[in-house]
Design a protein around this ligand. Structure first.
Ligand code: BDP
Length: 676
């Protein structure tokens, strides 16, 4: 092409681009989701600030400088007003919890640098939702000292139950190279108040404690520190044997105790603010103190002694054993409750929200409220192992809220019985961090609720959607209800009426209620639903496993009456009559159909929102909703085909027959399913 022609073409292209941008405004900017909820989309078309002044009084630290930079950048991007002057003031206030802050218009006050940083993010969050600067008044204090993400990331980059690509932690190049993404990750966490990060899988390799790995962890800790985040490591209990050349890992053996003490000293020499260890012991084949006839308390206290007052040992209560004939839902309580009062003061016992395993719906775990002399942590799963992975849109704030608000009947709600909140992270190397755009909302919701468990799901959804997509009320009024109903839709099309653990073997993708041939009884879906010709459900009343007795009597009564948990607690006949007058056999297909219809509605809603969302993200979400619709239908059809076969009943009239015979569903195989 001649030079002149080329110039004309270039000019034409530039003109075309300009016209497109002018015509479509911000919405058309290609967006890949990398900026999460920190997009700071302009509030007006006004020119950029001529001047943003941030004055810092009383402190000068890397953290305060980050707070200042964040305000400078955020206010400029938001274009709040032609001029803005903000003051960050560090001032002691007695009894203030670390990280607390106050905002009074343009002044942010805190006793800590981290509090000033949180205040900066909070101010931008308020402004981002359209509140005028002069009217912003906040007085915030985190409900818990420790708000942490647990990464199930392996050193080889694979993420257990990860649906967003590979691990964000590049162990191979650490410590020589710390990827810039680590700063963006820490910034995102700080913006929602997360202040602790466990960087490796609970199914841990002892290698993480080797000297060369300590150097890698230190590089991360140094990067995260200014953002107010402490680093923790999952410790393999058998490490003294695996890497320490000892013959035993018995927690009462003096050599073992000395090994852990020396290891802790080595770590603290490199990372003075190291958070501590997370331990999965004697669970799903992991080593633990019971291998030596010792208790969980013996194991936890040994590590607690090694760490001393420098950090925390977080000991998981997620335990069950194949050799144990007791109902799996009961085993953690049976093992841990009698140990109440036996744990050292720097031990936290971490309990999953429900007694089985992160199902779409579970009753709260009976250990909450039952260990008043022990510090407890609530473990939630942000990654959606059992809720359709990243491709199903399921906003988890209502699930988290349900867990936090559950009344234990002993010492208030679950949120009041815990002192730590942990979430199994959903981050990965995908450009949008979480595998899908809407799964960012689950990371966000987790952080917000760990900061303030009283926040309502709809407020969180609104905040997030306004920042991540659009603050236009027309958009929010459609998208927020869609998000709020999405988890119930999953419950309906996967596990209605208290069903649980009916997912595919290993990967947990798709329906497989028929599976009955796995080595351990409690790995089989049939163990959980117990369906046959006469009925369905797990009897956890006194005539069955009596798991109900682990709850306070009033709570047990309430749980038993809750039809959403019917088949969790009771075995009933297919003709069991529900409160709405339907028999169970009539109600089941109604629930599945309701779930599928809800996804269909979500697709419709999203289609109408195209004018509010950039084309790239709109398309990606629409594609995933199509996948979700097809998979919801698959769940419904496969489940009903199976229930119909075991019960020997034809589907009630008014419900369409499954698309394929049961054998077709049973023959499906997904060796490529991620996350296993
Ligand atoms: C289950 C997961 C498994 C985890 C385990 C745990 O399937 O990958 O290792 O929980 O929490 O939900 O330890």
């Amino acid at each position: 092409m001649a030079k002149g022609m080329r110039m004309v073409t270039v000019r034409l292209c530039a003109l075309l681009l300009l016209v497109t941008v002018l015509m479509t405004g911000g919405a058309a900017r290609a967006e890949d989701g990398y900026r999460l909820w920190l997009r700071n989309a302009p509030l007006s078309n006004a020119a950029q600030h001529k001047r943003v002044t941030v004055t810092v009084i009383g402190s000068d630290s890397p953290t305060v400088r980050l707070a200042r930079d964040e305000l400078q950048r955020g206010l400029t991007e938001l274009r709040v007003a032609p001029h803005a002057a903000i003051t960050l003031r560090k001032r002691v206030r007695s009894g203030e919890r670390h990280g607390a802050f106050r905002i009074d218009g343009a002044t942010i006050t805190s006793a800590s640098d981290t509090g000033l940083l949180y205040g900066a993010f909070a101010l931008l969050r308020e402004l981002g939702q359209g509140k005028p600067l002069a009217t912003v008044r906040l007085d915030e204090s985190p409900a818990y000292d420790l708000r942490m993400l647990n990464h199930w990331d392996n050193p080889d980059g694979h993420v257990e139950r990860g649906y967003a690509g590979r691990s964000i932690f590049d162990w191979w190049h650490l410590p020589g190279h710390v990827d810039a993404r680590m700063t963006d990750y820490a910034r995102a966490n700080a913006s929602i108040g997360i202040n602790g990060v466990v960087v490796n899988n609970v199914n841990a390799r002892a290698m993480m404690l080797e000297t060369r790995y300590i150097a890698k962890v230190k590089a991360l800790a140094d990067t995260f520190r200014p953002w107010g985040i402490r680093v923790y490591v999952s410790a393999r209990f058998s490490a003294p044997r695996d890497i320490g050349r000892l013959k035993t890992a018995d927690p009462l053996d003096p050599a073992v105790r000395a090994w852990w003490k020396a290891k802790a000293d080595e770590i603290y020499a490199a990372i003075p603010d190291f958070g501590g260890f997370l331990v999965k012991a004697n669970s799903e084949g992991q080593p633990g103190p019971q291998d030596y006839g010792r208790t969980h308390a013996d194991g936890a206290n040994m590590l607690a002694a090694a760490i001393g007052d420098r950090g925390t040992v977080i000991w998981r209560a997620f335990v069950y054993a194949a050799e144990n004939k007791e109902d799996r839902a009961k085993q953690a309580f049976t093992e841990f409750q009698p140990l109440d009062g036996k744990f050292a003061s720097n031990v936290v016992v971490q309990v999953k929200n429900g007694p089985i395993d992160f199902q779409p719906r579970e009753p709260f775990h009976p250990l909450f409220g039952a260990m008043p002399k022990t510090r407890l942590s609530l473990e939630l799963q942000i990654t959606k192992e059992y809720l359709g992975f990243a491709s199903h849109l399921a906003f988890l704030a209502p699930l988290f809220e349900e867990a936090l608000d559950a009344d234990t009947g002993r010492s208030g709600s679950v949120s009041r019985t815990v002192s730590v909140i942990a979430g199994v992270a959903n981050t990965g190397s995908d450009r949008n961090w979480t595998g899908s755009h809407f799964d960012q909302a689950n990371w966000y919701a987790f952080g917000r609720l760990a900061w303030n468990p009283k926040l309502a799901s709809d407020q969180i959804a609104r905040e997030w959607a306004a920042q991540a997509f659009s603050r236009d009320p027309a958009f929010l009024n459609a998208v927020v209800p869609m998000m709020l109903g999405s988890r119930d839709a999953v419950v309906d099309y996967m596990t209605p009426l208290g069903l649980a653990h009916v997912m595919g073997t290993g990967h947990h993708y798709g329906p497989a209620p028929w599976v009955s041939d796995l080595a351990r009884p409690e790995w089989n879906p049939v163990y959980y639903h117990r369906a046959d010709r006469d009925g369905i459900g797990f009897d956890r009343t006194p005539t069955g496993s009596n798991a109900l007795a682990q709850y306070a009597p009033d709570v047990a009564k309430r749980l038993l009456a809750d039809e959403e948990l019917l088949l969790w607690f009771r075995r009933v006949s297919w003709d069991h009559r529900l409160k709405n007058g339907n028999t169970l056999w009539e109600e089941l297909p109604r629930r599945y159909d309701r779930g599928v219809a809800a996804v269909e509605r979500m697709r419709g809603t999203w289609a109408t929102l195209a004018p509010h969302v950039d084309a790239q993200r709109h398309r990606a979400v629409a594609d995933f909703l199509n996948i979700q619709r097809d998979e919801a239908q698959w769940w419904r059809d496969a489940s009903l085909a199976y229930w119909s076969t075991v019960s020997g009943r034809a589907l009630p009239t008014g419900h369409s027959a499954p698309r394929y015979p049961l054998s077709w569903y049973q023959a499906q195989n997904f060796p490529e399913a991620p996350g296993e």
